[in-house]
Structure formats: C-alpha cells, structure tokens
Design a protein around this ligand. Structure first.
Ligand code: RB5
Length: 149
C-alpha cells in the first residue's frame, strides 16, 4: 500500500501519479488534498508520514510546489526517511542506499514525464541490504533516538 498526498500546488501531479500507480497494479490511498484551495503542506506530510511510520502503508509519496516543505516536515516523524528527488539516479540511489520510505516531489519543478519515472524508480528499486548501508541507517536512527522524543 502506498500513501499519497499533496498540497494545493500539486493536485494535478498527485492525481496523475495516483492513476499511473493504479494502472501499474499498486494499491494507493489518496489522503488529499483534492482541489486548489490553499492548505498547509505539513498537515498532509504528517498524515502520510504517520501511515508509513505506523506500518499502515509500506511507502509514501508527498508532492508540493517544490517538494522541499513536504520533505522537511515528513522527516520530523520518527522512522521516516523522506527523499526529495528531482532525478531518477537519486530516486534509485535513495532506495538502494538509504532505504527511503517516503518520496517528495515538486510539481512546480519536475515535469510530469520525469516525475513518473522518478516514482517508478522509487517503487521498483529494493534496498540493497548491504552492511555498510544498514550501518549508516542505524546511525540515522541513533540520531533520531538522541534528538527526537
Ligand atoms: C505553496 O505555495 C508552497 O510553498 C508549497 O507547495 C511548497 O513548495 C513548500 O515547500
């Protein structure tokens, strides 16, 4: 299950991603927003981040104008490794190396064709499982445990 949400700046790309993933056979839950009425991106980042952190959804995708606000907010939730990506190399690498569990995209930055390719890389690429990457992710968790209550 993939949790999906956006703010008012990214409804069109969110709907396109939802349709694309649906056609590919993925189950997607759309947490909004659903129109261009102004909303606050942290509210939507929190919903998706909690779904993933609590194990209700395997991965999350968040979209705002730049992708930056969503990624900053989602990364405040313990257990979330949200990667803001604007290229396919980073999307693959963040799955293989960081085991990223949330992807953030910017509708005002990344064209729809590239955005869908990034989404495909994110959902199709497994974590490498290599010891050095596990060790580094464990160190991220140690930082979380030290600073996030
Ligand atoms: C909304 O205007 C915009 O600030 C938001 O979509 C996002 O880009 C924030 O990081």
């Amino acid at each position: 299950m993939i949790a999906l949400a956006c703010d008012h700046a990214a409804v069109v790309l969110k709907n396109t991603i939802k349709e694309h993933l649906g056609k590919r056979g993925f189950e997607v839950i759309d947490f909004g927003c659903f129109d261009e009425k102004s909303v606050d991106y942290p509210d939507y980042a929190l919903i998706v981040a909690e779904q993933v952190a609590e194990g209700k959804c395997e991965k999350g995708i968040l979209i705002c104008g730049t992708g930056i606000g969503m990624s900053i907010a989602a990364n405040k939730v313990k257990g979330i490794r949200c990667a803001h990506c604007a290229d396919t190399f980073s999307a693959k690498a963040t799955r293989m190396h960081n085991d990223a569990n949330v992807l953030a995209l910017g509708e005002r930055v990344t064209g729809v064709g590239l955005a869908l390719d990034i989404v495909d890389c994110f959902v199709d690429t497994p974590f490498s499982g290599e010891e050095r990457h596990k060790r580094r992710i464990d160190k991220i968790t140690e930082i979380e445990n030290k600073y996030f209550k």
